[in-house]
Ligand binder design. Sequence first.
Ligand code: FMN
Length: 194
Amino acid sequence: MRIIGLCGSLRAASTNAALLRAAATMLPEGAVLEVAGIGDLPLMNEDLEKPAWPEPVQRLRRHLWTAEALLIACPEYNAGIPAPLKNAIDWASRAEGIGGVTAPAGEARKTPLADLPVGIIGTSPGMLGTARAQQHLRMSLQSTGARVMPGPEAFVGSARGKFDAAGELTDEPSRAAIGRVVAGLVAWAERVRD
Ligand SMILES: Cc1cc2nc3c(=O)[nH]c(=O)nc-3n(C[C@H](O)[C@H](O)[C@H](O)COP(=O)(O)O)c2cc1C
């Protein structure tokens, strides 16, 4: 199973990126996780959809079209979705044809997010561990037609001290929570596909 990861933080030392790295070590046999960059996407602007989506948008969409599941690491900015992540979702939510064609031949879905199984994880220094941003993200994804996994959820709060000097997630309960989301997402994606 091919899982695409998106990280809502563009920071080089992002703790949310570290969650995705941890998740990549917990995949069952046969599953791969590839993180797609979103830092080079222009800000959403419908004027940029003609004559064709900008190249970084097309690249993101092609990544998503190849995915059987999506794992999003969502930081929390002012109790909501960080702008780079919302921007990526907005570009991916646009129907094929508006800015060209990025879907593989024969694909019936109109957008790469439609019916795509999605799992969500997140970490922040606050106690709630991105709970508010994740709720915001769920609401937004609902309108894209993505199949967001109801649970398990993973909120890695009070993040300081849960990562080592190299920036890797070391806190065992947090790693276990990420592992539950990874296993749940693989099972969810198989169920949604059948
Ligand atoms: C503009 C801004 C707003 C933030 N708002 C919140 C917030 O509402 N809740 C929270 O827990 N952390 C908040 N933070 C702190 C981030 O969660 C923290 O910087 C976190 O490390 C970001 O994730 P990263 O390590 O993956 O970059 C905010 C940070 C920024 C830059």
